[in-house]
Ligand binder design. Structure first.
Ligand SMILES: NC(=O)c1ccc[n+]([C@@H]2O[C@H](COP(=O)([O-])OP(=O)(O)OC[C@H]3O[C@@H](n4cnc5c(N)ncnc54)[C@H](OP(=O)(O)O)[C@@H]3O)[C@@H](O)[C@H]2O)c1
Length: 287
């Protein structure tokens, strides 16, 4: 039986949706912290189990009879390392054989606050745990592009403190499909996979594609972090969140998210969504 954590969240739920297309619901378990948010999964026959990453005894109980666990990483600004260690230790105690962990892509040595340091600690802990592991180094979601440039078509300019940096954006549903394909196939013992789009794009590329779709010129100006954060705060984001966006831009400038692999394309059997396709669907629906 395969258990997916974070099953009420985006990636976890989408991974279960993909699993349900290929294996019976009786072979799938979902870990949630609020079962009332998972009634749709229960209705489809998924075994919904309740535990918080901070509740070690509940985790051990939830992992009984499970062969493979997909640990969907905990959210930033929480004690991710403690939560991940609890899941790894509980999986081991409950007799789980293989644990998949959703890490972040690392195409450079840049350390992203709130993300990379805790991923590195988790990966090291998992490798030393004795469990069979598979580390999924996930690319930056296309869905996060709107946080960086705004969710409306810009009038004339996009401004992000990302310099000439590039991102190999990948749609979260495509990451989920690739993850489900790995979960149901054999041969991923003690492997690392970097799961990205097939192409990396700069914000000049984003501006160029927006211009083409909008039919008027839109340019990219790399900005400084301070005014960018101030602009995000003025738009209503809390200061720590606005700072987090600027840190992703800094990580982009330092190449963290720029590398591409063909792994997702191979697992999907087709090219993942391109920048133009994503921008057209999200910024110009119906066009
Ligand atoms: N690669 C990227 O671009 C990117 C972007 C954003 C996030 N991420 C990382 O990838 C993960 C998955 O992304 P996502 O979009 O699916 O995030 P999401 O929609 O926020 O889902 C996070 C899931 O984790 C669960 N969770 C959080 N804290 C928990 C705890 N203490 N115990 C048990 N479950 C807990 C949440 O449960 P509730 O429903 O109860 O809250 C939710 O189901 C994120 O958590 C983050 O680490 C990556």
């Amino acid at each position: 039986m395969i258990l997916v954590t974070g099953a009420t969240g985006g990636l976890g739920h989408e991974t279960i949706d993909c699993l349900l297309k290929t294996i019976p619901a009786t072979e799938i378990a979902a870990l949630v912290r609020d079962a009332s948010k998972a009634t749709d999964l229960a209705q489809q026959g998924v075994d919904v189990r309740q535990a918080d990453y901070f509740d070690y005894p509940a985790l051990v109980q939830a992992f009984r009879g499970i062969e493979k666990v997909l640990l969907v990483s905990a959210v930033a600004f929480t004690d991710r390392v403690t939560q991940h260690r609890n899941v790894i230790d509980a999986a081991k105690e409950a007799g789980v054989k293989h644990l998949f962990y959703t890490s972040i892509q690392r195409s450079s040595d840049f350390v992203m606050p709130e993300v990379t340091a805790s991923d590195l600690a988790t990966e090291a802990y998992l490798k030393a745990s004795g469990l069979v592991y598979t580390i999924l180094k996930n690319g930056y979601y296309f869905e996060g592009l709107g946080y960086l440039i705004g969710s409306e078509v810009p009038a004339t300019e996009i401004s992000v403190p990302a310099g000439e940096g590039k991102i190999a954006f990948i749609k979260r549903t495509e990451l989920a499909a690739a993850t489900a394909a790995l979960l149901i196939s054999e041969g991923h013992d003690n492997q690392n996979y970097t799961l990205t789009g097939s192409e990396a794009y700069s914000f000049h590329d984003v501006a160029r594609e927006l211009s083409r779709l909008a039919g008027h010129p839109i340019t990219y100006q790399s900005s400084e972090p301070a005014p960018y954060i101030a602009q995000k705060v003025a738009a209503g984001f809390p200061a720590p969140v606005a700072t987090f966006f600027a840190q992703w831009a800094d990580a982009t400038q330092h190449g963290l998210l720029a590398g591409t692999t063909t792994t997702v394309a191979q697992l999907l059997g087709r090219q993942p969504t391109s920048l133009r396709e994503y921008l057209k669907a999200v910024y110009f629906p119906g066009a």
